[in-house]
Design a protein around this ligand. Structure first.
Ligand code: AMP
Ligand code: ZN
Length: 112
């Protein structure tokens, strides 16, 4: 995906503030955080959104979800955190490369 923003970040063509990386996942800090800690967890392989996922994405989806509490703890969110996956324009998605938001810290996050 040549012109996908998060693919470019995953390939190191655009800078990011990295929080974690392995062979198939990259985690970096959101450029416009909505909480004191705001991480984005992405698969390195391009997939547009949760709605585009299929059986072959089961492992990466599980990996992202299992990574969330580990990184949350590592970044001091010992009181808890929120996860969010915006899907499609109707779901508020702006970057069309699957990503899991993990955020928290500071004041209690309002209920949605
Ligand atoms: P979404 O609305 O779920 O698609 O969220 C996209 C998120 O990506 C937003 O929270 C943006 O602040 C964040 N974002 C956009 N560009 C960058 C970037 N270059 N580095 C880090 N985060 C970004
Ligand atoms: Zn991409």
């Amino acid at each position: 995906m040549d012109d996908c923003l998060f693919c470019k970040i995953a390939r190191g063509e655009l800078p990011s503030k990295k929080a974690y990386e392995d062979e198939d996942v990259l985690v970096f800090h959101d450029i416009h955080p909505i909480a004191p800690v705001h991480l984005l967890l992405i698969p390195k392989a391009h997939v547009e959104s949760l709605a585009s996922c299929a059986a072959q994405h089961q492992a990466i989806l599980g990996k992202l979800l299992l990574l969330a509490p580990k990184l949350a703890l590592e970044y001091g969110l010992d009181q808890g955190f929120r996860t969010m996956i915006n899907t499609g324009r109707g779901g508020g998605q702006e970057v069309f490369h699957l990503h899991l938001h993990v955020f928290g810290g500071g004041e209690r996050i309002p209920k949605i």
